[in-house]
Design a protein around this ligand. Structure first.
Ligand code: HEM
Length: 284
């Protein structure tokens, strides 16, 4: 009760000014710079033997009972004390004097609200990713919920120099040499399709696409006569189909881009390839 009265009296007078000199003169164990933080209430035995909590008033160095009513006052006192330390640090700097450890304490960077916000956002995103992966693992038995596509293709994340192929060089990568990768070109972009060896290797159903650019055949289905990059005369719809095949390779879970094909320009005076009899229709 007496402490409360004293406290109210002190509040009525307004917060007392704090001086570091007065702090260093006090005999308090919990003065700033001592090992115990003044923010944390201290536990002590009262005269009656019961456990009591105390806060430290930084302006006087005295212990005050840990009560809700005292909190605002103590926060203000601590703020004043910190300002005094900052002021003192500036003064030390101006005078080129070395800083004591408790003054160095304030050197720790205070993070801005924006940095705090960004940090919480990153934490929330990481947390969501972990939840997503774990739920996929428990519900579907696969952390990625069965997704396998371009984002799970590790080749995407390895930067590699792009190679410029000529038709002659590319023809050596048709799967006939098992030591070489299987490559094909579509619309002048060369992809490594070694993972699809069963389709593109010798004896595979789409071996004719390997080691060359047969863009026209992808659209017309003329797997014998249209094995050429010549796409003259194709309609907008057919070019869209070709673009679809390009994206099939570009977004594939295991194929990846390795370079481009340098082909001689098509002589416009040469005839456009004729439609064929044995055209294969697009996959249903
Ligand atoms: C212009 C026509 C066609 C083209 C250009 C074409 C092209 C291709 C290519 C490039 C692949 C290999 C896919 C890979 O690398 O994973 C493939 C696979 C396949 N094609 Fe065709 N195809 C055509 C028509 C057809 C037709 C008409 C059928 C069925 C009667 C068919 C059935 C299949 C099957 C079953 C596969 C294997 C796996 C899958 O479904 O992707 N294709 N096709």
């Amino acid at each position: 009760m007496l402490t409360k009265l004293l406290h109210n009296h002190r509040l009525a007078q307004g917060p007392p000014t704090f001086s570091l000199a007065s702090m260093s003169d006090t005999n308090c164990d919990n003065a700033p710079g001592s090992s115990e933080s003044p923010e944390q209430p201290m536990n002590e035995k009262s005269n009656t033997g019961t456990d009591m909590k105390f806060d430290m008033d930084p302006s006087t160095g005295r212990k005050v009972p840990h009560k809700k009513a005292n909190e605002a006052y103590l926060v203000h006192q601590r703020w004043l004390e910190k300002q005094a330390r900052i002021e003192k640090r500036k003064q030390y700097r101006r005078e080129n004097r070395p800083l004591s450890p408790e003054l160095q304490e304030d050197e720790k960077p205070d993070f801005s609200p924006l940095a705090n916000f960004l940090f919480s956002m990153v934490l929330a995103a990481l947390f969501s990713i972990v939840i997503f992966l774990l739920s996929g693992l428990f519900i579907q038995g696969d952390p990625l919920w069965g997704y396998r596509g371009k984002w799970t293709n590790w080749h995407r994340y390895i930067p590699r120099p792009m190679v410029e192929f000529t038709p002659e060089i590319l023809s050596g990568f048709d799967g006939s040499n098992p030591k070489l990768p299987v490559l094909l070109s579509i619309r002048g972009t060369v992809f490594d399709v070694s993972e699809g060896y069963l389709y593109y290797g010798p004896g595979g159903p789409y071996h004719m696409f390997a080691g060359r650019d047969a863009s026209r055949a992808y659209v017309t289905g003329c797997f014998e006569t249209h094995l050429t990059h010549d796409v003259r005369g194709l309609s907008a719809g057919e070019l869209k189909v070709l673009q679809g095949w390009y994206e099939f390779y570009a977004d594939h879970k295991s194929y990846f881009k390795v370079g481009s094909l340098k082909v001689p320009p098509i002589d416009p005076s040469t005839p456009i390839p004729e439609p064929c009899d044995k055209a294969v229709s697009q996959k249903p």
